[in-house]
Design a protein around this ligand. Structure first.
Ligand SMILES: [Zn+2]
Length: 172
């Protein structure tokens, strides 16, 4: 069975706690996001070390490996978005279809050990980018093609939710 494409607009997680994973964006200090990312990296590595990392718990649910590939790519995409916001004036983000990427890049057949090191490298890179945001730059803006506007601060908590939420998905 194919994965149901995720068409939900997740920007509501900035307004209220997530009922699934308990993440509450209002309680997150954007300047702490870099450390929060570094904190979860060992948990993701642990998930990828499981013998059943490649197994989907249900036919239409990603395996831990597929979720980890997604999070690795989230690290890369959001690193790029923050840099765009810091370097440019209210940039529009490129469209990123996570479900198309999962199929085109064949997440399901990637090597867990390789994904573990890629995830680590990408996670450290995005943490470094967030750690280097100047104090006066958290209110800089960027937008998605659909019109959603983010500041560096809201993008940081939106991004962290994705990482934490998927760790919850895989019981990591
Ligand atoms: Zn959540």
């Amino acid at each position: 069975m194919d994965i149901e494409p995720d068409t939900k607009d997740w920007t509501w997680v900035l307004e209220r706690p997530c009922p699934a994973c308990g993440f509450d964006a209002a309680q997150v200090d954007p300047t702490a996001v870099a450390d929060r990312v570094l904190d979860v990296l060992p948990r993701w590595r642990h998930v990828l070390g499981r013998v059943e990392a490649r197994e989907r718990p249900a036919p239409a649910t990603w395996s831990p490996l597929e979720y980890a590939c997604h999070v690795r790519d989230v690290f890369v995409v959001f690193d790029r978005r923050v840099r765009l916001m810091l370097d440019g004036d209210d940039p529009e983000f490129e469209n990123w279809d996570q479900d198309v990427t999962a199929i085109q890049d064949d997440y399901a057949v990637q090597l867990p050990s390789e994904v573990a090191s890629q995830l680590d490298v990408a996670g450290r890179a995005v943490a470094e980018t967030f750690a280097a945001v100047p104090d006066d730059a958290w209110s800089r803006t960027g937008r998605r093609g659909n019109g959603s506007v983010f500041t560096v601060a809201t993008l940081s908590t939106y991004f962290l939710h994705d990482v934490v939420h998927h760790l919850h998905d895989v019981h990591g």
